[in-house]
Design a protein around this ligand. Structure first.
Ligand code: CMC
Length: 431
C-alpha cells in the first residue's frame, strides 16, 4: 500500500506494510507497549535512545528521488503518463498556439497572461535591463576562448551579484525588479559572449521586437524572418519551465537557505549543464555528424546501444509517452530544415526516432528537436545549452520567488550505509 510520509521537508511516497499502517502516522513518535516484558523493555530502551538513528535505518533511500514529492508549487506540473505539461493552468499546446515567450514568462511570474498594455510595459522593462556592468563585459573578454558558454554564463551570473545593489534584498518588490534584471542580463551575457568572441560589435535590443526576435538579433546580428521568430519563440517557451527538474530543485535548495537570487540561479546553471539534463542538446546533434546517410543509422544506433551508450535527446525520467515539447518542436524543425536546405537532417531525425523507439521503446525529448531547430537557425552547437538556460532562468526565477515566499530550509536526510562503533586509535598506532 502506498502512503505518504514527511521527512525533513521531503514528502516521500513510501511502501509500507499493513501492520505499519495500523501504528499511526508515519512520523509519530514510536511509543513502547504499555506492559512490555523485561527483555523487551531493554530492547525498547535501546531503540528509544537511538531513535533518530533507527528512524534513518528504517527508511529506504529513493534513488534519484524518483517519484518523491519534494514540495508544493503553483507554477507548473508535468504528467508523464499522459504527456501533459501545464504552466499556471494552461496546457503547453494552448500557450504555444496563443502566446509568445514573453507572455509565458509574464504568466509564470504573475499567474495570469498579460493584456497588451501589460505586455508592452513588461517588454519595455526587460529591454531596458538588457545591459551588463562593464566589469562583467571585461570578464567575458578575458575568459579563455575555449571556455564553454555554460561555464562562462554561470560565472558571469554569479559575478552579477557583486554589482547588484539589491542582491541581498529579499523583499517582494526587490525580487520582482531583480527577476526582470536577471532574465534580461542572462540573455545579454549569452548574446554578448558570442559577439565578443567573434570580434563582432555587441548589439542593443530593439523595443519594437518580441523577446525571441531580440535575442536572435542580438546573437546573430541580422533581423530574423517571421518563421525563425516563431520557431525560436516556441523553443524558448518550451524550455521555460518543467516542474521540479534537477536544476530547478537545485535552485530552490539554494534559495531555501536564504542565499541570494544570483546564487540560486548559479546553482541552477551548474546543474543544467550536465549531459543528462540540459547538456544533452549539444550532444544530440553529434549523431548527425557520425552517419553519412540515412542507411547507416540503424547500424550506428545498434552499435551505440550494444556498447551500453545512451542516445542523447531520448528518454525522460517523467514522460513515459512522447514529450509534448518534442512534438511541438518537430514540425518547426521540419519547416526550418526545408528552408535552410537541411532536408536530409530532417529525414535522418525521423529515422533516428523510429530506430530508437523500435529498439528501446523510448521517445525523443525536447533536447533532440531543440538541437535541430537551433542548428537550422545557425546557432553554434556550443551555445545550445546556454540558450536553454536563458529560457529556464525565467522558470528558476519564478521558483526562487515561490520558495522565498513560503520558505522552509530544504534539508533531507540520508540512509547511512557505513560502519558504526569504530575506535579511533592515536596516529602512531595505526598501520
Ligand atoms: N538512450 C538509450 N537508452 C536509454 C536512454 C537513452 N537516451 N534513456 C533511457 N534509456 C534506457 C535505459 O538504458 C534503461 O534501459 P534498461 O531498462 O534496458 O536498462 C531504460 O531506458 C530506463 O532508463 P533510466 O536510466 O532508468 O531512466 P532515467 O529516468 O534515469 O533517465 C534520462 C532519464 C533523461 C537521464 C535518460 O533518458 C537519458 O540519459 N537520456 C539521455 C540524456 C537526455 O537526453 N537528457 C535530456 C532530458 S530532457 C531535457 C532535460 O531534462 O534537460
Amino acid at each position: 500500500m502506498m502512503t505518504a510520509g514527511i521527512a525533513c521537508g521531503l514528502f516521500i511516497l513510501e511502501e509500507v506494510s499493513p501492520t505499519a499502517m495500523t501504528d499511526g502516522p508515519q512520523n509519530a513518535e514510536v511509543h513502547p507497549p504499555e506492559e512490555a516484558p523485561p527483555e523487551q523493555k531493554a530492547n525498547t530502551r535501546r531503540t528509544m535512545s537511538r531513535k533518530t538513528e533507527s528512524t534513518i535505518e528504517r527508511e529506504t533511500a529513493v534513488r534519484g528521488l524518483e517519484n518523491v514529492v519534494a514540495g508544493d508549487t503553483r507554477i507548473c506540473t508535468v504528467d508523464g503518463g499522459s504527456g501533459s505539461l501545464i504552466y499556471c493552468g494552461y496546457e503547453i499546446r494552448e500557450l504555444a498556439a496563443q502566446a509568445s515567450f514573453g507572455e509565458a514568462v509574464y504568466l509564470l511570474w504573475h499567474g495570469e497572461l498579460p493584456t497588451e498594455a501589460e505586455l508592452d510595459t513588461f517588454r519595455a522593462r526587460l529591454v531596458g535591463e538588457m545591459r551588463l556592468p562593464s566589469q562583467v563585459i571585461e570578464m567575458i573578454k578575458l575568459s579563455p576562448p575555449s571556455a564553454h558558454p555554460m561555464d562562462l554564463l554561470r560565472t558571469a551570473v554569479s559575478a552579477l551579484a557583486m554589482y547588484d545593489p539589491e542582491a541581498e534584498d529579499r523583499s517582494s518588490e526587490a525580487c520582482e525588479r531583480k527577476a526582470v534584471r536577471l532574465l534580461a542580463q542572462t540573455i545579454t551575457i549569452v548574446a554578448d559572449m558570442h559577439r565578443v568572441r567573434h570580434r563582432l560589435p555587441v548589439l542593443s535590443a530593439d523595443l519594437d521586437m518580441s523577446f525571441g526576435a531580440n535575442f536572435l538579433y542580438m546573437l546573430r546580428g541580422k533581423l530574423p524572418t517571421e518563421e525563425e521568430i516563431a520557431a525560436f519563440e516556441l523553443l524558448l517557451m518550451l524550455h521555460l519551465e518543467h516542474g521540479f527538474n534537477a536544476s530547478t530543485f537545485a535552485a530552490r535548495v539554494t534559495a531555501s537557505t536564504l542565499s541570494n537570487m544570483h546564487a540560486a540561479l548559479t546553482s541552477g546553471l551548474g546543474t543544467l549543464k550536465g549531459r543528462l539534463h540540459g547538456g544533452a542538446n549539444e550532444r544530440a546533434l553529434n549523431i548527425f555528424s557520425k552517419v553519412d546517410g540515412i542507411e547507416e543509422i540503424e547500424d550506428y544506433i545498434d552499435g551505440m546501444l550494444n556498447e551500453g551508450k545512451r542516445v542523447m535527446g531520448f528518454g525522460h525520467r517523467v514522460y513515459k509517452v512522447e514529450d509534448p515539447r518534442a512534438r511541438l518542436l518537430r514540425s518547426h524543425s521540419q519547416t526550418l530544415c526545408a528552408r535552410a536546405d537541411m532536408a536530409e537532417l530532417s529525414a535522418i531525425a525521423t529515422r533516428v526516432e523510429q530506430v530508437v523507439l523500435d529498439r528501446k521503446g523510448i521517445y525523443p525529448n525536447v533536447d533532440f528537436y531543440s538541437a535541430i531547430v537551433q542548428h537550422a537557425l545557425g546557432i553554434p552547437k556550443s551555445y545550445f545549452t546556454a540558450i536553454f538556460a536563458c529560457a529556464r532562468t525565467a522558470g528558476w526565477l519564478a521558483h526562487i520567488r515561490e520558495q522565498y515566499a513560503d520558505n522552509r530550509l530544504i534539508r533531507p536526510t540520508s540512509n547511512y550505509t557505513g560502519p558504526i562503533g569504530k575506535t579511533a586509535r592515536p596516529i602512531e598506532e595505526r598501520s
